[in-house]
Design a protein around this ligand. Structure first.
Ligand code: THU
Length: 129
């Protein structure tokens, strides 16, 4: 399928402006394209109790699922602090949970260029019950 990943990345950029990251000072935004065609965005939200922090990707994915989405087609990730900002291991596993028949595209940006990788590149042999 031909999706507008520039639009998805722009949504991730917008979301990164909402980042609550006073501890790491590392802002992240993510935008999820759900199978319905709707885009959900999220940012990292840190906490004084550090372990309670949630990544931007999971924030966006949980927004999508809690609105009734069942499958995710693509996730764009952006940080103003780093090029090619890749998802952490926990977020890879959460993405895998909501992968349908089509492998999820993970989109990052490097020096203004989009990089599109399949989730299987990040998480081969993923676990699912
Ligand atoms: N972070 C994300 O939001 N997504 C990732 O995939 C990597 C890490 C956040 C968590 C924390 O608020 C900050 O980046 C530094 O680790």
């Amino acid at each position: 399928m031909n999706h507008d990943y520039n639009l998805l990345m722009n949504k991730a950029k917008e979301a990164s402006k909402m980042s609550y990251s006073p501890f790491s000072r590392f802002a992240v935004g993510a935008a999820v394209l759900a199978k319905s065609g709707t885009i959900y965005s999220g940012c990292n939200v840190e906490n004084s109790s550090f372990g309670m922090t949630i990544c931007a990707e999971r924030c966006a994915i949980f927004k999508a699922i809690s609105e009734g989405e069942k499958e995710i087609l693509a996730v764009a990730i952006y940080s103003p602090n780093a090029d090619d900002c890749n998802p952490c291991g926990a977020c890879r596993q959460v993405m895998y949970e909501f992968q349908g028949d089509e492998e999820i595209d993970v989109i990052t940006e490097n020096m203004g260029e989009l990089i599109i990788r399949k989730l299987g590149v990040y998480l081969p042999y993923g676990f699912k019950i």
